[in-house]
Ligand binder design. Structure first.
Ligand SMILES: NC(=O)c1ccc[n+]([C@@H]2O[C@H](COP(=O)([O-])OP(=O)(O)OC[C@H]3O[C@@H](n4cnc5c(N)ncnc54)[C@H](O)[C@@H]3O)[C@@H](O)[C@H]2O)c1
Length: 348
């Protein structure tokens, strides 16, 4: 086992939703955690520079500032740097001298990626190549955040890591290309890797407006919720606490090296089930049905057997347990943080 305590771990894109939660937990477990983030994609600079009528601008800036404050209080080194700059990134990697690097930086939304491929390539693929190259001589373990969207349509409603990958759209294609690049760096330079395929995460301080978050925010404001398709589409909704727990196993376990893992709850739920949970907590909320995005594949469950077997990791937050906690957290926020209006929903 690789002890987390004392391990030098660098998270690139570590001020994001997943990154800051992972950084805080790893620090709690005694790791020496550093973060590199440019803060300009789906983060403070993006929301600060938006016009004032952007939905939930104040609320999301509040969440984003909270993240920075939590990282600061935990004593985590945060280095503000755009990872597209190869030389600057290399200097910081040399300065931190990490044993483990987790690459999270990306345009993390399928819908945004399909609208802006240039920027997505730059922030997702360019940053990955820079990180791999900056790390290849000294880093023991490189962990890459891919996505469930590499699979494309899930055949039979369930996929395991050896299922055929046929991504649909820009986001999935770049994630799949990223996986191949990570493996190529292992082949060429021997750097150990792990590839992680998460799906449909939810939890406090997210600003990505994925479906569950928008449902809760609309219900809190008393506006209707929009369900894409007929409500039968299923997603493997995953509580951030499960992902973070699984990631500590990935860092600890030698079995994680040079493997690909699904990292989800491991059981899909329909959008209708999620809408029913909303109705339970916000009686009287109205739902409407809208057409589904044509670039969004039919998904379902990501089988977690491999993580159970190789990492001894079993997720413990089914939607019926995790989602009400998320709702409770939202209900505890000051009402003045909410503005009116609604925008598109992310299903990535
Ligand atoms: N959240 C999910 O449900 C989910 C699902 C599947 C895959 N993923 C993948 O996991 C990773 C993290 O997701 P997240 O939800 O935390 O996303 P996020 O958008 O919250 O965080 C991404 C972070 O990367 C940073 N970043 C982007 N471009 C950068 C650059 N050029 N230089 C430095 N930093 C940069 C951003 O500032 C942001 O803080 C992403 O690669 C995403 O595609 C997330």
């Amino acid at each position: 086992m690789n002890q987390i305590k004392g391990r030098r771990i660098l998270l690139i894109g570590g001020c994001g939703f997943i990154g800051h939660n992972m950084a805080l937990r790893l620090k709690e477990l005694g790791a020496e955690v550093s973060v590199i983030d440019g803060l300009s994609i789906n983060n403070v600079l993006a929301f600060s520079s938006m016009e004032h009528d952007v939905v939930n601008r104040e609320l999301y800036l509040h969440f984003l500032n909270q993240r920075q404050e939590m990282l600061r209080r935990a004593g985590i080194q945060v280095l503000i740097q755009d990872a597209r700059d190869y030389h600057a990134l290399s200097r910081l990697v040399a300065l931190v001298n990490p044993q483990v690097v987790v690459h999270l930086a990306a345009v993390s939304h399928a819908n945004k990626s399909n609208k802006d491929p240039y920027s997505t390539f730059d922030h997702s693929f360019r940053t990955l190549e820079n990180a791999l190259d900056a790390c290849r001589k000294t880093v023991e373990h490189f962990i890459y955040f891919s996505s469930s969207l590499v699979y494309g349509h899930f055949e039979g409603g369930m996929v395991s890591e050896d299922s055929h990958c046929e991504p649909l759209g820009i986001y999935g294609a770049l994630k799949f290309g990223g996986e191949k690049l990570v493996i190529a760096y292992n082949q060429a330079f021997g750097m150990d890797y792990t590839i992680i395929r998460p799906s449909a995460l939810y939890g406090p301080r997210c600003v990505s407006r994925r479906v569950g978050q928008v449902f809760i925010e609309n219900a809190l404001r008393g506006t209707e919720i929009s369900i894409q398709g007929d409500g039968s589409d299923k997603l493997d909704f995953t509580c951030i606490d499960d992902l973070v727990a699984g990631m500590t196993r990935v860092i600890e376990s030698p079995n994680a090296r040079n493997e690909v893992f699904n990292m989800t709850y491991g059981a899909a739920c329909s959008l209708k089930t999620m809408a029913d949970l909303i109705e339970e907590h916000f009686p009287g909320v109205q739902a409407k049905y809208v057409p589904k995005d044509k670039l969004m594949p039919d998904r379902g469950t990501l089988c977690m057997d491999k993580a159970k077997k190789l990492l001894d990791f079993t997720p413990s937050w089914p939607l019926e347990r995790g989602f009400p906690e998320y709702i409770k957290w939202y209900k505890s926020l000051p009402a003045e943080l909410f503005s009116t209006g609604s925008k598109s929903v992310m299903y990535g």
